[in-house]
Design a protein around this ligand. Structure first.
Ligand code: FMN
Length: 358
């Protein structure tokens, strides 16, 4: 029973048992040496928390918002491709969990190619992330469709000018879907700030720019008036030898905090991870791999349970830190530290830290 899970470690172990090896590898894999993938966790582990005592924490509000939409905790569902291999209903299944838990779901065009299919799922606030697969007219048409079927915002993933080759052992076992071998399908390499701004103006919807990791780009994004910067390295699935995303967050917050919203992702598996990201300037975090594992372990019910576990951990962390509102989290609650063990995509769980499930 999904409701019996008491930790996300159990959910990951269940996913390992139930998912085919091919999709298991696809979910957990990173590009080439997996340095970026591992650094996402390592960088989180190199931050310690600095709690404050003797404050009344009997009334904690974990709630957040993203672009005006309420969130039970400041965590949303990140866009992911090939979700129908995680569960037959794909992103539509994840929408059920998002609705019940109370969060925003971002749907990827590589999961639900037709925005209408994703939009028809459970009533929840949905954003649409799509890869550019055509000329301007193609993009304008997509934007009309996205708005027409009720998405509340759209996102371009700007860290994916090209598709990463499957050079990594795990990803190499993944049988590439057709679109990866069709050069016409992905036209991301022509995307520029000018094009992005034209699309945003035409869309009449808020734009999240996903995949920024530097202050320089964040400054441009602010100057161009984007609605949200999404600090992300694609979970270590695009450029290898990048920094862990939490290392990138402070410099971006320094130029963008308060000027646009800041979403953060990369390695989020625990309530303490959410607290660290918020303390260092994020308004909201996004969940990638954990969402995939939970969906694969047991569909919407297990994904909902996974989010509830994360919410309980986050609430507990806030209580221990002595904060009652997410806005109270600041860099003062963090300090540099030494990681205590090896870092990999599931090392936030003691039973898996030395026993990476492959
Ligand atoms: C299996 C998988 C597929 C993904 N596909 C997409 C995608 O289609 N579009 C996109 O913008 N990001 C995609 N991502 C990246 C996520 O949106 C997110 O940035 C990343 O997973 C966050 O890191 P985490 O997995 O450590 O939580 C994918 C991630 C995973 C794990």
């Amino acid at each position: 029973m999904s409701t019996d899970y008491t930790s996300n470690q159990q959910i990951i172990e269940a996913a390992h048992k139930s998912l085919d090896q091919e999709i298991w590898d696809f979910i957990g894999g990173g590009t080439e040496s997996e340095t970026t993938l591992r650094r996402n966790r390592l960088a989180l582990d190199q931050i310690a928390l600095r709690p404050r005592m003797l404050r009344d924490v009997s009334d904690i509000d974990t709630g957040g918002t993203l672009l005006g939409h309420d969130l039970t905790i400041p965590a949303i569902l990140a866009p992911m491709g090939n979700m129908k291999k995680m569960h037959p209903a794909g992103a539509v299944e994840a929408a059920r969990a998002a609705a019940k838990f109370g969060t925003v779901q971002v749907i990827s065009s590589t999961s639900q190619t037709d925005p209408e299919e994703g939009a028809s799922a459970e009533e929840t606030n949905k954003f649409y992330q799509f890869y550019i697969q055509g000329d301007d007219e193609w993009v304008f048409d997509m934007l009309r469709r996205i708005k027409g079927c009720g998405y509340k915002a759209f996102s371009f993933c700007v860290d994916s000018a090209v598709m990463a080759p499957s050079a990594n052992v795990k990803l190499g076992r993944w049988i590439a879907p057709k679109h990866r071998t069709n050069p016409d399908r992905i036209n991301q390499d022509k995307l520029t700030w000018d094009r992005l701004e034209r699309y945003r103006d035409a869309a009449g919807l808020p734009l999240l720019v996903k995949g920024l990791t530097t202050a320089e780009d964040a400054e441009i994004a602010v100057a161009r008036g984007v609605d949200a910067i999404w600090v992300s390295n694609h979970g270590g699935r695009t450029l290898d030898h990048g920094r862990g995303t939490i290392e990138c967050l402070p410099e971006i917050a320094a130029v963008a905090k308060g000027k646009c919203e800041i979403v953060f992702d990369g390695g989020i598996l625990r309530g303490t991870d959410i607290a660290k990201a918020l303390a260092l300037g994020a308004d909201t975090v996004a969940i990638g791999k954990l969402q995939a594992w939970a969906l694969g372990a047991g569909g919407a019910e297990t994904l909902q349970r996974s989010l509830e576990i994360l919410a309980a951990e986050f609430r507990m962390t806030m209580a221990y830190l002595g904060v009652t509102k997410i806005q109270d989290l600041t860099p003062a609650y963090t300090a540099a530290a030494t990681a205590v063990g090896p870092a990999h995509e599931m090392s936030a769980f003691p039973g898996l830290a030395d026993n990476r499930l492959t």
